[in-house]
Design a protein around this ligand. Structure first.
Ligand code: F6P
Length: 320
């Protein structure tokens, strides 16, 4: 391939810039022309395409967000939108695309690949919910951001003998809630993947902990469970512990990427271009047991990934 493109799509994630940088630099160093597509698939449809060179990605490795901007594109879900995107590739001489994003973005990459534009997906989402990969770019930064925020909340929670019911991102996935929960010593962690019972897992657990002398509590709740205001009110009523609901929100998606995210993003971006360079598309780059691998995009989209029950059980055993 002589000319490729790179785009970021879906929810942004810290480390996406490091991946874009790796894609652009690898392409340039291997004699390929590279363009950036702004605002994901929507920018492809609307021809928001910019030439890139090794200097256009200077000073971005340490920055959160994505310099290529991101979007969730409804038009691209329809055949007419996909056809516009294909036409735009043809008009711009784009022979292959590196798509950095989550599951939805991979489905877009698959749709383009199926219609003759080879794409390689790079997993970028704070949720870590891409089944084919042990790790997704942005997850480590996000976990550390949550940990830092909850440590701050803990200071004031402790000073006031309160309970803080904290909601973290993850509509369908509890990776953030579980791992951040264990890292901050949450008394209870509620995730969409595992059954829970508010009486047993929150109220009774807190009551038992109170008997051991504990006077302040952190309850970690995944976004997919929700209801943190109601839960805080219930805890106040049932246990007479003053409670506050804290929704961390989009602060979790921002900030400078950690070392891990910069390194993994650099490796994955590099691998994606090496595949396209050999004319190989319809692939997804992933991490398995700390190694960078690639696999068929269709196969990748059929996989499932489960939350580690062992970590969940450990959290329950020791956060008492
Ligand atoms: O997929 C990443 C994510 O941050 C989810 O954790 C969250 O549920 C969602 O995106 C929020 O999306 P938006 O920024 O569109 O509100």
């Amino acid at each position: 391939m002589k000319k490729i493109a790179v785009l970021t799509s879906g929810g942004d994630a810290p480390g996406m810039n490091a991946a874009v940088r790796a894609v652009v630099r690898t392409a340039c160093e291997n004699g390929m022309e590279v363009v950036g597509i702004n605002r994901g698939f929507s920018g492809l449809i609307n021809n928001e395409i910019i030439p890139m060179n090794i200097r256009s990605v200077s000073d971005i490795i340490h920055r959160g967000g994505t310099v290529l901007y991101s979007a969730r594109c409804l038009e691209f879900k329809e055949e007419a939108g996909i056809q516009k995107a294909i036409q735009s590739c043809k008009n711009n001489g784009i022979e292959g695309i590196v798509v950095i994003g989550g599951d939805g973005s991979f489905r877009g990459a698959r749709d383009l690949s199926l219609r003759g534009i080879p794409c390689v997906g790079v997993p970028g989402t704070i949720d870590n919910d891409i089944a084919c990969s042990d790790y997704t770019i942005g997850y480590d930064t996000c976990l550390n951001t949550i940990m830092d925020m909850v440590d701050r909340v803990r200071d004031t929670t402790e000073s006031h003998d309160r309970c803080s019911v904290i909601e973290v991102m993850g509509r369908k996935a509890g990776f953030l809630a579980l791992n951040a929960g264990i890292a901050v010593g949450a008394t209870t962690i509620l995730v969409p993947e595992f059954d829970y019972d508010i009486e047993r897992d929150v109220i009774e657990r807190m009551r038992r902990t109170q008997k051991t002398g504990k006077r302040h509590f952190i309850i970690m709740v995944a976004e997919g469970i929700g209801g943190v205001e109601e839960l805080a009110r219930k805890i106040e009523n049932d246990l007479k512990v003053e409670s506050r609901a804290v929704i961390l929100g989009h602060v979790q998606r921002g900030g400078a990427p950690t070392c891990k995210d910069r390194v993994v993003a650099s490796q994955m971006g590099n691998r994606a271009v090496k595949l396209l360079q050999q004319g190989i598309g319809n692939r997804v780059v992933a991490m398995k047991q700390e190694k960078i691998i690639d696999l068929d995009i269709f196969e990748a989209l059929c996989m499932t990934k489960s939350l580690d029950r062992e970590i969940f059980d450990i959290a329950y055993e020791i956060s008492i």
